[in-house]
Design a protein around this ligand. Structure first.
Ligand code: IFM
Length: 426
């Protein structure tokens, strides 16, 4: 009898333990890390953005109620990650990351048309080596919005030869940077085209909605070509793109809201995305936004923003982790592996970040349990950095950067993220 009781107790403990832990485990080889982009962290760049910053810093400083001085809007030395990448990767490793996403700065590699700078290429080779030495899988983005000045002066993505130029750069880089498994051709094409050619609040700040459309078509074509070139040179590598997706839902069941939600979701999330997916081995998915649609042409946002905003970031963006679940379940239709290549918030006081990551991971896991083939998660960003036309004030980093001394301080939420990683290890 005593033996039976012991056996029953043992089985119960075993069953309970399996039940409690099974739920948390992630697939073998799941990648955990953070992302950065060259222009936002490297410092001392010379590209179309640095030119734009010079011309717009004063104006931006005034239009924001003089809250931030013009220096806020000039990337300048940024985080000096260009020289401190090893220190930064040491930090990432200490935080339990086993992967890292970064981008190559085209304007460094090809500062003059057709002339490649071997020293700069060597730099990126060192960056990849440094990641490998620390056991982190590199995810290399080839274009994260910034262009060489010569390319911008020749009309940028409106130039007939833009694709040809881009593909020549890709070919060179992929040929010489051997040890890379994951290539991301481009980052958030839709936002680039919308801001650059429609709202015109970022470079090149020209054109119309039609230009934005035309440029997006160009980017699709450039991605396809780049995909082919990379696969020809490195058949075993995996090539994808990174795009953000908004979780749209109707405010109520009224037909015009249902219809508006469907239309806007199709335009924002599918019209171009579907074309990029066709030529990709994986989907690089970024998630930041949720939108409750209550159509109203008389308000400035047309009714696309009736969110509850229970929690918001320092930039006023709603924090809505559940949206990631809906985005991921929607993506299963493409039947491709998914990597969350960005997900993060500006939170200078580090009030919400640990909760934010934990909740997004929880919803991501739920989607995975229901069939979403997610294979990695990259928090945006490893470091505080230069947030484009907003400048330095938004603090996205797991690691705080003091822009005067360049000192790095690990935020408490970064250690929480490490615990999440450890808890979920297979
Ligand atoms: O900082 C940007 C990044 O460059 C692209 N995705 C969104 C981030 C936060 O705005």
């Amino acid at each position: 009898m005593r033996c039976q009781i012991v056996a029953v107790l043992f089985c119960s403990v075993f069953w309970y333990n399996t039940l409690m832990t099974q739920d948390k485990k992630f697939p073998d080889g799941f990648l955990w890390g953070a992302a950065t982009s060259a222009h936002q962290v490297e410092g001392d760049n010379r590209n179309d953005w640095t030119e734009w910053e010079k011309k717009n810093a004063e104006r931006l400083s005034k239009t924001n109620g003089a809250k931030y001085p013009p220096e806020n809007y000039i990337s300048d030395q940024a985080c000096d990650h260009y020289s401190r990448y090893e220190e930064d990767f040491d930090i990432a490793k200490s935080l339990g990351h086993n992967a890292h996403r970064f981008s190559i700065e085209w304007s460094r590699v090809e500062p003059e048309e057709g002339k490649f700078d071997e020293k700069e290429i060597e730099h990126y080779r060192d960056v990849i080596r440094a990641l490998r030495e620390r056991g982190m899988e590199p995810f290399v983005t080839l274009w994260h919005w910034t262009n060489p000045i010569w390319f911008a002066e020749a009309g940028g993505w409106e130039n007939k030869k833009a694709t040809e130029y881009f593909v020549r750069y890709v070919e060179k880089v992929v040929d010489v940077l051997g040890d890379v498994k994951f290539w991301i051709t481009m980052n958030e094409q839709e936002a680039f085209a919308r801001h650059g050619y429609f709202t015109k609040d970022r470079p090149p700040a020209t054109g119309t909605i039609f230009t934005a459309y035309h440029v997006l078509k160009k980017l699709v074509h450039a991605h396809e070509q780049a995909y082919q070139v990379i696969k020809n040179i490195r058949p075993k590598s995996l090539v994808g793109f990174s795009e953000s997706r908004v979780f749209f839902e109707p405010y109520n069941r009224l037909p015009h809201n249902l219809l508006a939600t469907k239309l806007i979701a199709w335009w924002r999330n599918n019209a171009f995305f579907d074309q990029f997916v066709k030529h990709s081995d994986f989907i690089g998915q970024q998630y930041y936004f949720h939108s409750r649609v209550r159509l109203n042409p008389f308000v400035s946002h047309w009714g696309f923003q009736y969110n509850e905003n229970k929690k918001v970031s320092d930039m006023g963006w709603e924090l809505y982790p559940e949206g990631l679940y809906h985005v991921l379940t929607d993506l299963t239709k493409y039947k491709k592996p998914i990597y969350i290549t960005e997900n993060g918030l500006a939170d200078a006081r580090d009030e919400h970040r640990a909760w934010f990551i934990r909740e997004h991971v929880r919803w991501m896991k739920k989607a995975m349990d229901e069939g979403a083939d997610v294979r990695g998660y990259f928090y945006w960003s490893l470091l505080d950095n230069f947030e484009w036309d907003k400048g330095f004030w938004p603090r996205f980093g797991l690691v705080e950067v003091n822009y005067q001394t360049l000192e790095r301080t690990i935020r408490p939420s970064a250690w929480e993220y490490k615990k999440i990683i450890m808890d979920h290890e297979a």
